[in-house]
Design a binder for this molecule. Structure first.
Ligand code: NZQ
Ligand code: ZN
Length: 386
């Protein structure tokens, strides 16, 4: 296991009715609240009304219309509103897109230059407005981490940035708020949670046994509960387990002490940069193809371990056969969850594969991945996804 510093400063308010704590949480930071949200799902399912009801003593300025795969233009507009209205705290109500956008708005509010600088170079992030979140989809882990991913449609870039100053101060996780999710978002969110774990499970560092056991537990939780949530959207047990899995998958628990770059996320970020697709759908398509591509004498033991400990296959002598069973099970799971498992089904052909492959390698250090990847490898993996 490598050395690491683990931080988890976000106060997590988990469970039914935890929104009652919102006034006491926000009071600490001031009266002027930017209420940030997306395309309106919170108005349809009643969360918006509930927020206004509990915040009757606060001065609320609304900032709506944050799009999935949030854009830098939206960040710029949000920061301007924060400056004009002397905002004290941002309340992000939604999923990863709303939370990520709010984090960078919070940073851009105090930054003299253009907000895109903060995405390109995280060292430029200084002071950040306090961020409080109300999570409505189990997926990214943004509710408990310091990262944010922002798109620039003008340059076809979708890049991650991070700062310890962007950790949410507090997050409210009420599983009932996820009851209204469209089925595809439940599935895509679960695929994202699983990918965050898988990216860290398959790393070069050996001997991080505990992290691997936590990872296997999170994966098994997703495998058990996503189908239940799809069948019974109001099943509290399923929704609560998925919601906590979202936060634990990407708060450092699984990744700390393990070295190396991720593989599937850098590839997916190019797909959503060029085609604006749903992040989790892209990951579900890429992950099993990437697994097949990197399966070799060097990696087979880890894949066999994955097949046994995550998918509960019996041990057998033929390690490759076992590894393939685990990979097949991964692909079948996503398919059974209703995710379209080919890029063609999303209207993506081979036109931009080369461009995206070069960009993936340029944006991330894929040489340092579990199995090093160059642009040709990324191209081959994307080709398998068509
Ligand atoms: O915009 P509204 O109307 O709210 O609708 C959203 C959106 O259309 C809808 N939705 C969310 N909660 C709902 C709901 N609809 C009904 N009922 C509810 N309770 O779901 C759609 C997707 O929302 P979004 O916020 O985009 O989803 P997600 O949480 O998956 O976020 C994806 C973004 O996060 C980035 C992704 O790249 C993508 O841009 N990521 C952020 C990370 C981080 N900060 O750590 C890590 C991830 O790997 C990821 O890259
Ligand atoms: Zn992700």
């Amino acid at each position: 296991m490598e050395n690491f510093i683990f931080r988890a400063p976000t106060h997590m308010y988990f469970g039914k009715g935890q929104i009652k704590h919102l006034p006491e949480i926000l009071k600490e930071y001031g009266k002027n609240v930017l209420l940030a949200y997306g395309g309106g799902s919170i108005k349809k399912n009643g969360i918006y009304d509930k927020v206004l009801e509990v915040l009757s003593d606060f001065n609320i300025i609304e900032f709506s219309g944050i799009e999935p795969n949030p854009r830098i233009g939206t960040v710029r507009r949000g920061a301007e509103i924060c400056r004009q209205n002397k905002i004290d705290v941002i309340l992000a109500v939604g999923g990863g897109s709303t939370i990520d956008c709010s984090k960078v708005i919070g940073a851009a509010t105090f930054y003299e230059g253009d907000a895109w600088d903060l995405v390109k170079d995280s060292s430029k992030i200084g002071k950040v407005l306090p961020i409080v979140t109300i999570l409505t989809i189990s997926a990214t882990g943004s509710e408990m981490n310091k990262g944010a991913v922002i798109s620039n449609p003008e340059t076809n870039e979708k890049l991650g940035t991070s700062s310890v100053n962007m950790y949410p101060k507090a997050s409210i996780l009420d599983p009932e708020y996820t009851y209204t999710l469209p089925a595809i978002q439940t599935s895509a969110g679960t695929a994202d949670i699983m990918s965050h774990v898988i990216e860290n499970y398959f790393k070069k560092t050996e001997g991080a046994f505990l992290q691997d056991k936590i990872s296997e537990g999170i994966l098994k939780t997703c495998i058990k509960y996503c189908p239940i949530a799809l069948k019974e959207p109001k099943n509290y047990e399923a929704r609560s387990n998925l919601m906590w899995a979202s936060s634990l998958a990407l708060n450092g628990l699984c990744g700390s002490g393990k070295e190396g770059s991720w593989s599937c996320h850098p590839i997916e970020h190019e797909l959503s940069a060029f085609y604006d697709i749903t992040h989790g759908v892209g990951l579900a398509i890429i992950t099993p193809r990437w697994m097949r591509y990197i399966l070799s004498d060097k990696t087979v033991d880890k894949f066999a371990c994955y097949a046994i400990n995550v998918w509960e296959f019996e041990n057998e002598e033929d390690k490759f056969a076992l590894a393939k069973k685990g990979i097949d099970a991964t692909e079948k799971f996503f398919k059974d969850c209703g995710i379209p498992m080919n890029l063609g089904k999303l209207g993506i052909d081979d036109l931009l594969l080369e461009k995206m492959s070069n960009a993936a390698v340029a944006h991330r250090n894929l040489k340092n991945a579990y199995v090093p990847l160059d642009a040709k490898d990324v191209y081959n993996i994307l080709k398998m996804c068509l």
